[in-house]
Structures are given as C-alpha cells and as structure tokens.
Design a protein around this ligand. Structure first.
Ligand SMILES: Cc1cc2nc3c(=O)[nH]c(=O)nc-3n(C[C@H](O)[C@H](O)[C@H](O)COP(=O)(O)OP(=O)(O)OC[C@H]3O[C@@H](n4cnc5c(N)ncnc54)[C@H](O)[C@@H]3O)c2cc1C
Length: 414
C-alpha cells in the first residue's frame, strides 16, 4: 500500500486524510498539538458558498484604511517592517481589481458548491456527527444605508444562482424573533448550512483512525526529507521519529510556509487573526445563523451553545487576545439580539486564518518536489471548502481528473 503522511490535523488535513484513506492509501495524520485545535477550533462554523467573494476586491483597500482608524473595528494591520508582509500586501493590492475579484469569486464558488453534497454524505455517515444543519443564513443590517446595499447583494447572489429573500425591517424581525427592533432589514440566503467545525474535525479523525489510519497528536513535524527530487520521509520532533512517505500533504494552515521554506518552496501566506466568544445558549436565542453586515460579526447557534465570531487582524503569529476587538465582537451580538444575555461559561478564542494575496487557497502539487501536495490558504472558508479540498488532494495523489478545475489554485500563480 502506498504511504501518505498528512501534516496538520485541522479541517483541511483531516479531510485529506479521509479521502486518501478511502482511495487505498495507508495514512498517517500528524499534528503538533491536539487534533483540531488550530484555526478549525473556534470558527463561526458556517458552510456558505454565498460567501465566495475573495478578501481582496474593489473598495476593500479604502474600507480597510477607514477601519484602521478605529480601535474596535473588524479589520486591523499591526504596522511592522516585515518584508514578507509588505510583498504580500503589494500583491493583495493588485488582486483588488474588479476582474481579479470576479475570477476569484467564480473559483471559490465552484469549490464551496462542490463541498455541499460531500458534507451531506459525511453527515449521513454513521459516527460522523457534527450538528450539521441546513437552515440558511440571514444577513442583517443595522442602518438604512446597509439595508439599501442589500438589494445589490441580492442581485449579485441571484445572478450566481442563489435563492435569496430581501426582507424589510419588520419582516426580518418576524422571520427571526430573536432579533432586536434596531435591525433595519435583512437578506435571507436559502440552502446555506452550518455545523460544529471542531466536532467535524474530531469525528473525521476518529473515523479515519477506526478505518486503520494512524492519527498522532502532539507530533510536530520538524522536516520533510526529499531525496533525488521526491519526498522520502517526514521527521517529527519529540519523540524524534522518521516516517517513510510516498506522498506528503502539507496542510499546516497558517504555519505551512515555514515547513515549505525548508524545501526552498515559497508560499505567500499571512496569518489573519479572528476572535470568537462561545456562551451557553439562552431562551430567546436565534435559530438561524446571522451575519451582522456592518460589524462583520457572525452569530451561530450550536445547540446548547451560541457563538459570536469575527475580526480580521494581520498581526503576525501572535495569538494574544486583544480585549478591545474581542469585546467588540460580543457587543455586536448584544446590538442585534433582543434578549439581554449573560456570558454563561464564555470561552474566548482566537485563531489564525491562512490567507494568500488573492484570497484563494492553494491546492496543488508542489513544483520541483515529486510526491508533495500543498493544501492551504483557505482564509475565511476553510471549514466550508474542506471536504472538496480533501477530495481534490486524493484526486491529485491518484492522478485522477479533478472534480473542480484546479488552475486557479496552483502554487505557481504567484
Ligand atoms: C473567527 C473565525 C471565524 C471563521 N469562520 C469560518 C466559517 O464560518 N466558515 C468557514 O468555512 N471558515 C471559517 N473560518 C476559517 C477557517 O477556520 C479556516 O480557514 C480553517 O480552519 C483552516 O483550516 P486548516 O486545516 O487549513 O488550518 P488549521 O485548522 O489551523 O490546522 C492546521 C494544523 O496544522 C498544525 N501544524 C502546524 N505546524 C505543524 C507542524 N510543524 N507539525 C505538525 N502540525 C502542525 C496546527 O497545529 C494546526 O492544528 C473562520 C476563521 C476564524 C478565525
């Protein structure tokens, strides 16, 4: 049996392990910490093809600059003289052009749409239980100006084939009675899904382990050894172990560049920090996930818990929680929900999204190293796009035609 080593036990790594195992590979999945405790742990848990606009886009730079002036805004760049960040930012600027954003939208939409049937299949698999729900997504607007912008959003989404409903203020409150009368309007997108992202990662890891894969938490990979142009083995630190490999999948999220750099492969990626606060559910909480447009905060019902998540902060690999930004996420929740709520059993979290300059992931064979596949850079959509990414990784490994065209996700596009 050919041997595959998957580095990174986040949503992308476990999904890759799952589809490789299912197509005849002997799989070892490694994570330097607990499985699923990276960015896949406390995210907003949405499975949302409608959110396929790449991060760079027309108007984004101006908006970002305005936000930079506010301490509690949903976007921040920590000023620093980091040549990697400056180069990334320069490339990002180029991808804000309308044509680039439109191409990016199509590419991301194709990936996210292909994921939905795979989620349905996984959710039906005995033992893979992650609170999968298909209740749609409600965008809400706190200002008349925001609500007026909903019409444009409706047109864009309808053109892309989504079924959406534009709601007036009173209609939005009738649709979701948990909302406060401050809400001026809404846009409901049918067919969108959500599920417990950490539960999904844990369940998928347990599933592949039961089918014979080795799942090894607390094993940091220190080196990928390449011999005569092809991967030969992976070396872990404490305990030091050499794992022979015919295939290595590099799915270490925001930390992928450091491992790739040791092989002379440059991956343009910045960690983009986001925060969440998860509390006990309370009577009168929402039944559908809600995006508060002006605040860029998402409220996700997760059974007996409720999560508020948001913010994008380019501050390097620092995992400290900035109290002002974290509190702004919870405050946005208080603004839109009718019931004043306590922060019961609150869990504060932050995670680093892996973000490329064009906002699209990399799902590709690494040029120059046979047997190495890179799967990272999923930014705001890593949970949404994880099943299809795992499937594409297996298709690449098996030399099969890809289910989704892979050209937009090549590594040599930068
Ligand atoms: C606030 C917030 C909200 C979000 N909401 C959503 C959402 O609603 N829907 C959505 O689709 N996406 C969302 N995202 C994005 C999503 O969480 C990420 O895109 C996704 O988790 C990335 O998955 P990953 O597997 O690439 O990375 P990770 O989950 O970070 O996994 C990478 C793993 O690699 C391991 N690793 C690193 N280096 C090594 C090494 N040397 N050896 C071994 N292991 C290593 C790490 O420990 C880590 O566990 C959100 C993100 C944030 C921050």
């Amino acid at each position: 049996m050919p041997r595959a080593v998957v580095i990174g036990g986040g949503a992308i790594g476990v999904a890759s392990a799952h589809y490789l195992e299912g197509t005849g590979w002997e799989v070892t999945l490694l994570d330097r910490g607990e499985i699923g405790r990276g960015c896949s742990y406390g995210n907003s848990c949405l499975i949302v093809p409608s959110h396929s606009h790449p991060i760079p886009g027309p108007g984004v730079l101006g908006q970002a600059l305005r936000w930079m002036l506010r301490r509690d805004s949903p976007f921040y760049v920590r000023p620093r003289l980091d040549p990697g960040l400056l180069r990334w930012a320069w490339q990002f600027r180029g991808f804000c052009r309308p044509e680039a954003a439109a191409r990016g939208f199509e590419a991301l939409l194709a990936l996210s749409r292909a994921s939905l049937p795979l989620f349905e299949e996984l959710a039906r698999t005995p033992g893979i239980d992650f609170f999968y729900q298909r209740k749609g997504l409600l965008h809400v607007y706190l200002s008349d100006r925001g609500a007026a912008g909903a019409r444009h959003e409706q047109e864009v989404l309808e053109r892309a084939g989504f079924r959406v409903r534009l709601l007036s203020g009173p209609e939005t409150l009738e649709f979701e009675p948990a909302l406060s009368p401050r809400v001026r309007g809404g846009l409901y997108i049918e067919g969108e899904a959500h599920g417990h992202a950490f539960g999904y990662v844990r369940a998928l890891a347990a599933h592949v382990e039961k089918r014979g894969a080795r799942v090894l938490p607390h094993r940091a990979v220190s080196r990928i050894v390449v011999e005569r142009g092809r991967v030969d083995r992976v070396v872990t630190a404490s305990p030091v172990e050499e794992l022979p490999a015919d295939l290595v999948v590099l799915a270490a999220g925001a930390w992928t560049p450091e491992l790739a750099a040791s092989l002379g492969i440059w991956i343009p990626l910045q960690p983009a920090k986001g925060y969440s606060c998860t509390i006990d559910d309370f009577p009168g909480s929402p039944r559908v996930p809600i995006l508060i447009q002006e605040r860029r905060v998402i409220v996700t019902p997760l059974g007996d818990r409720l999560r508020f998540g948001g913010t994008l902060e380019l501050a390097g690999y620092d995992l400290a929680i900035d109290e002002t930004r974290y509190r702004a996420v919870v405050r946005a929740g208080r603004e839109v929900l009718r019931t004043p709520f306590e922060l019961g059993n609150a869990e504060a979290w932050c995670g680093l999204r892996p973000v490329t300059p064009d906002g699209l992931p990399i799902i590709a064979r690494a040029p120059g190293v046979e047997g190495l596949i890179v799967a990272t850079g999923h930014a705001m959509l890593g949970f949404t796009q994880s099943p299809i990414t795992g499937k594409l990784v297996a298709e690449l490994a098996n030399g099969q035609a890809p289910s989704v065209p892979l050209t937009p996700f090549r590594l040599d596009r930068f």
